[in-house]
Design a protein around this ligand. Sequence first.
Ligand SMILES: [Zn+2]
Length: 106
Amino acid sequence: MMVPDGVLTDRLTARRICRQCSASYHLEYLKPKVEGVCDRCQGELYQRKDDSEEVILNRLKVYHDQTSPLIDFYEKRKKLYTVDGNKKIEMIFSEICDIIDKLNKP
Ligand SMILES: [Zn+2]
């Protein structure tokens, strides 16, 4: 799944989670009806410690240093399938299903 770092940072720093039922919200894209309150259970919404910008930037650095070299590894073996994670959820799901279908054909 390919998503630019800036988009990931925006998604995560604005994410809020319900303390009671763990429902996920976003301050811009999926706002609760009442600020700071879960629509489902009226629980308090909070920001996870690992959703702070500092932690996210460090996680991205670790990813680029340690995990992203695997992209070349799998690409050279023609086993890399890339999905654009910056599209709508339905499009991403459809692309993943298409890849799985291709892999399951003899
Ligand atoms: Zn809740």
